[in-house]
Write a protein that binds this ligand. Structure first.
Ligand code: SAM
Length: 238
């Protein structure tokens, strides 16, 4: 199968999984974004933008390599299926919400029983076998559930006078440690897919170990959170 045909087939697979997902349960899990109604409205866009993201990623990663995805959810599904199906890559898709992983895995098993892709309910710092040549990190450092203060600051939702300084410092240290641990699992040279809103965490962690980062000009919109996604090339010091 040609590259383009393989991507079309992966996009169809994503559509098949979407037909078998329990949107009611996913709606409850993402209730703060509007529940099942949110998903019925967003589904076509998630498939379309996910496929666009996958096509861009395909230009930047090698066949047969391996990706570590942090906090992967519904939005990443078309990309993950493309990586596995069209590029023959190994994909470790992690998410700390075990129930979300269960729902996604049930949909995958029902629609594509032979497909090896499954979400792993584990911390990306320890899941799979490093090094990976690609790290995917979409809306993790801006997640309001994990980092309520960092998220409010990143999106300008909190006035400086309201900043709970101790909580901010504690969250910042946790986020710095996560960024450092994730980058330590990336091969050099390596690629990172991330959003504009959280890129500073990865730039800062890379600078700490003397890595060089080149940011790609191209950005792709995301369907769920709406933050634009782009790519970083990480190179070790000479
Ligand atoms: C806001 S959600 C983003 C979901 C999806 N990427 C999207 O854009 O729709 C953030 C996710 O990151 C996950 N997460 C946070 N820290 C993580 C870690 N260390 N390892 C794996 N997942 C993590 C949380 O469990 C949560 O599901």
């Amino acid at each position: 199968m040609s590259g383009a045909a393989a991507w079309r087939s992966a996009a169809k697979d994503a559509g098949r999984v979407f037909e078998r997902l329990d949107w009611q349960r996913l709606g409850e899990l993402y209730f703060h974004w509007g529940g099942a109604d949110f998903w019925s409205e967003k589904r076509p866009q998630v498939l379309e933008l996910g496929a666009a993201l996958g096509e861009q990623l395909a230009k930047r990663v090698d066949r047969g390599g391996s990706s570590l995805w942090v906090g992967a959810g519904v939005a990443e599904l078309p990309v993950l299926l493309g990586e596995v199906g069209a590029l023959g890559r190994t994909v470790i898709a992690t998410n700390l919400r075990a129930e979300e992983c269960d729902v996604l895995n049930e949909g995958l098993a029902a629609a594509l029983p032979a497909c090896p892709l499954r979400y792993v309910a584990a911390d990306a710092r320890v899941a799979g076998v490093a090094p990976f040549d690609h790290l995917g990190c979409i809306s993790v450092f801006t997640d309001p559930e994990t980092w309520p203060v960092l998220s409010d600051v990143a999106y300008g939702r909190m006035a400086p006078v309201q900043l709970p300084v101790e909580q901010f410092v504690a969250e910042r240290e946790q986020a710095r440690a996560l960024a450092k641990a994730l980058l330590a699992r990336l091969r050099r040279p390596g690629l990172v897919t991330t959003t504009a809103e959280e890129v500073a965490w990865l730039l800062s962690a890379a600078a700490e170990v003397g890595d060089t980062i080149d940011a790609d000009e191209e950005l792709v919109a995301t369907a769920v959170v709406g933050d634009p996604v782009g790519w970083l090339r990480v190179t070790a010091p000479a």
